[in-house]
Design a protein around this ligand. Sequence first.
Ligand code: 5GP
Length: 189
Amino acid sequence: MQILKKRILEDGVVIGDNILKVDNFLNHQIDVELLDEIGKEFHKRFGNVGLTKILTVEASGISVACATAREYKIPVLFAKKGNVSTQNEGNYSSKSFSFTKNEEYTMNVSKKYIGPQDTILIIDDFLANGLAIDALLEIVEQSGAKLAGIGIVIEKDFQAGGRKLREKGYHLESLARIASMGKNGIIFA
Ligand code: 5GP
């Protein structure tokens, strides 16, 4: 997606070896026109596959999920992050590990809002090692819902998440794939 790649080159800030900050347009300040284009692009790529809900995780996936859900005219469901003590029988729960915060956390989704009748598209802002997506996949599996695909705004190809998901046969669409970041700047795949 050219306008997204252009924006990453203009405004993305590389931290260390493997963190990309996009606080200028996605993760802090949000460019809603770009967000609209992202929603349209996901709609184009996944097409009409009978989706009933978009699933994401708080907080940074929510804006992108909403832009996509607007195109499909379906609700967004976001997993809430909490610790084990907040789990209860009314939730599907799975454990994940935060790449940016370096800590374990639990994702919770109410059983009221997802079930075998649903067809789900998972959306998130970044794909690195794939642990956030793995936890969302586990929730979809627990619920008995059908999974249509996984949409990612920025995939870092030099981390293993995307490869693992493709090997497992998931329909994964990433709007910008970064092959490397560092001294030579940001290089797209
Ligand atoms: P993963 O679970 O795939 O290792 O990491 C994905 C999650 O970590 C995403 O939900 C995202 O919030 C965060 N994340 C991973 N890499 C980056 C990055 O380079 N920049 C930012 N801003 N977030 C990232």
